[in-house]
Every structure is written in C-alpha cells, then in structure tokens.
Design a protein. Structure first.
Ligand code: ZN
Length: 210
C-alpha cells in the first residue's frame, strides 16, 4: 500500500532491514543495499491469484524473501507490500507505517482477519501495483489479525486507523483482491483506464523524442 498522499511529501524511508540478531529486523544504513525486487503492476495475473499458505518447507524461501520485500517497500516508497506484488505466490506481507518517521517493520506470514468491527471507516488508498492511482475505500474501522511472525511465532494484532486499513489492503492482496475491487465498477474502470492511458503516454514519450 502506498502512503496517503498527505504523507507522501515526507519522503521515503531510506532505512533497510537486515536479517540478524536472532531473526529480528534491524535497520542498518551502513551495509550494502539489499536487493530491490521489481514490483508487479496491473493487469498481471498473479495480482488476481490467491496465494498459498506458507508451510515449514518454505522457511528458507521466506527468510530470503522478507529482507528483500522490506527493502523494496522502503525504496518504492510504500507502507505495505504483499508477496504477489513481487511475483511470489505465498501468504507473506510486510508493513511499516513509519510512526514518528522511525522504522517499525512488521512481517506477517499467513495473516488472517479473525474479527472486524461493524463500524466502517473510509480513507484514501493507493497501491504500488496501480502506480499513481488513488481512491477512497470503505472498510471495517477495526480488525484483529492473527499471523505468524518472522520467527514462526503465532501472534495477534488489534488495529484501527491507518494500520487497520493497511492490514486489510495487504491481506486482500494475498487473496487476489485489489483496492479497486472495493469500488463500483464505474469507479474501478475509470481508474484502470486512466492507468492504461498514463502507461501509453509514458511509453510513447521516448519514441516521440526521436
Ligand atoms: Zn497494494
């Protein structure tokens, strides 16, 4: 998920996440850059495909994937990134809302919403897989999410506000759902057409300069 437009001007985090210290994430500015992965954008099929749950056999793959996902999210910059957005069909997502401009990385493996408030909240959302597109999305205002952390420990988080929206946005990705799928067909088509048009214009620019 992209940061709300109001906070984008703050600029992206430059901190990176290193896999050390007993599996905890430590932002380390001094080490060589962790690999940045290419971000998959609409209409790639993997973005509409439900991911597979992470099992014990995936431990090594996830261990290698998480630092790269964090690095890719910070580089974008974004506040959330799901594995399908980097071409991986596993139920893994990373989030960092950067409260007070400080890194607060959250890795969620096999996350599931186990409770959602009847009250709804509407906020503007964007997505790294639909670059430059934003829309107001209405979702439950509060959610409880059960997940496994990067060490495999089972955890639960109760969230409201931006974190609640971000958790739902990222868990949607793991189920092949995009934020535009919460909009009316009319609004969704406007956004998808605008994205396609901007793409055509961007790809036409080099040719026009010849
Ligand atoms: Zn997204």
């Amino acid at each position: 998920m992209l940061a709300p437009t109001a906070t984008l001007a703050r600029g992206g985090a430059t901190g990176r996440i290193d896999w050390r210290d007993g599996g905890r994430y430590i932002p380390d500015m001094a080490e060589a850059a962790t690999e940045i992965l290419p971000i998959v954008t609409v209409p790639a099929r993997i973005l509409k495909t439900k991911t597979r749950r992470v099992g014990p056999a995936d431990a090594e793959a996830v261990r290698a994937l998480l630092p790269r996902m964090f690095a890719t999210m910070y580089h974008a910059p974004g506040i959330g990134l799901a594995a399908p957005q980097v071409g991986v069909g596993l139920a893994v997502t990373v989030i960092d809302l950067m409260p007070n401009d400080k890194p607060a990385p959250l890795a969620l493996i096999n996350p599931e919403i186990v409770a959602a408030s009847p009250e709804l909240a509407t906020r503007e959302e964007g997505c790294l897989s639909l670059p430059g597109q934003y829309a107001e999305v209405t979702r439950p205002a509060r959610v409880t999410v059960r997940y496994e952390d990067e060490t495999g420990a089972r955890r639960e988080i109760a969230a409201e506000g931006l974190l609640a929206a971000c958790l739902q946005h990222e868990i949607d990705h793991l189920n092949g759902v995009l934020f535009v799928d919460h909009l009316s067909a009319l609004k969704r088509n406007i956004i998808l057409r605008r994205l396609a048009k901007e793409r055509r214009q961007n790809s036409a620019q080099p040719a026009a300069a010849e």
